[in-house]
Design a binder for this molecule. Structure first.
Ligand code: PMP
Length: 378
């Protein structure tokens, strides 16, 4: 099998799996209980907070564990919107459904929701954002992702953060960093964000666990009520094995796994070269790869359906995706590509290849040979 869908999920690292096993079978106590075994479980959770906080240049008290980025994004949008009686929410046209659907639900409940359009290179239109913020200085929440899950496009988060602080200083700035954190380090102060979400299974950690960094001065109401765990911010017995596995995956990023992004750029450019050799009519979304994270390549094979290509590659033992894995269940051309000005026909032909640290040049060659067979080009 050749796995080229790392933006959908990654294979858990051996060390993270071992850390999970230890937390599930040895330090398995309920962190809220009152004996030594519980204290050991609590220590695992506390250590994980310190590891993650250090990696972000943040304080451990600013880390909230969640069941993943969908929950994290729901928390940021819904709890953030509760700060205002008539919330004003600004998201981008590139957002993942776990942000977009929250915004749409808030709109149904009476919030004013607007969308920052995308430029043809996939980045948000900062001028449009500026116009909106100038007109709506009472904006409650702005939510823009750091890197897009379909195209890999990196958004100008720092510039947007500066703009928000000028025009709407009381607004909460939320950044979904799910597709960014595995490639590049984040320093929370640089972005001028208030809330950042991430998900462990995108960076070789376990599924069903993630975190939200929340700026110390921001006091949000909880999304889940109950026993008062996580300083009352998220009730429910902590997922200690998941948290231990995630912290281990973060440690691995910090110890150099991220540096692989240098060789990923090389691998990506190698694959792009092979694709263009096979079919010069291929279009990449976006055209300039300097704007994307190294691992995500989105392209259209002219006149060849993306779904068909994915299915035929699957038969050959190669895993790729069309659009985002979540959008795949809805059989519509990608909303994100169309927001970049890609036609619905071309968007139908798009596939996403997302590379990871175990991929090799030989695998790229094999993939392109399979595409040649599938499209009848060789
Ligand atoms: N945001 C982005 C950008 C994503 O790519 C994903 C996963 N597809 C999510 C949020 C949701 O993450 P999770 O699977 O942890 O709920």
């Amino acid at each position: 099998m050749i796995y080229l869908d790392h933006a959908a999920t990654t294979q858990m690292s051996e060390r993270a799996a071992e850390a999970m096993k230890e937390a599930a079978t040895v330090t398995f106590g309920n962190p809220s209980a009152g004996y030594e075994l519980a204290a050991k479980a609590r220590a695992v959770v506390n250590r994980a907070k310190i590891t993650i906080a250090c990696s972000l240049g943040a304080k451990d008290t600013e880390i909230l564990f969640t069941s993943g980025a969908t929950e994290g994004n729901n928390f940021c949008l819904f709890s953030g919107a509760r700060r205002a009686e008539h919330p004003v929410i600004l998201i981008s046209a590139a957002e993942h459904p776990s942000v977009r659907e929250c915004a749409l639900e808030l709109k149904r409940r009476g919030a004013y929701v607007a969308e920052i359009p995308l430029l043809t290179d996939g980045r948000i239109d900062l001028d449009a954002a500026e116009r909106f913020l100038k007109e709506h200085r009472d904006t409650t929440v702005v939510s823009v992702m750091a890197a897009n899950n379909e195209t890999g496009v990196i958004q100008p988060i720092k510039e947007l953060g500066d703009m928000i602080r000028i025009y709407a200083p009381d607004c909460l700035f939320h950044v979904d960093a799910v597709q960014y954190y595995g490639y590049f380090p984040i320093n929370v102060r640089e972005w001028k964000a208030d809330l950042i979400t991430a998900s462990a299974h995108k960076f070789y950690g376990p599924k069903g666990v993630g975190f939200v960094w929340h700026r110390e001065s921001v006091n949000l109401p909880p999304l889940l009520y109950g026993g008062g765990q996580e300083e009352g911010l998220r009730s429910g017995t902590e997922n200690v094995p998941g948290i231990a596995g995630m912290a281990c995956a973060v440690e691995e990023l910090e110890q150099g796994a991220r540096k692989d992004s240098g060789s990923l750029y090389e691998l990506r450019d190698y694959l792009k070269g092979l694709l263009l050799e096979l079919e010069p009519g291929i279009t990449f979304h976006p055209g300039a790869s300097s704007l994307t994270v190294p691992g995500i390549i989105n392209f259209s094979f002219p006149g060849f359906s993306g779904t068909l290509m994915r299915n035929r590659l699957d038969v050959e033992g190669i895993c790729v995706s069309t659009g985002s894995a979540c959008a795949n269940r809805k059989r519509e051309p990608s909303r994100v590509l169309m927001a970049m000005g890609v036609s619905p026909e071309e968007a139908e032909c798009s596939i996403r290849v997302s590379l990871g640290r175990e991929n090799t040049k030989e695998q790229m060659e094999e993939t392109v040979r399979a595409m040649a067979r599938i499209t009848g080009k060789r």
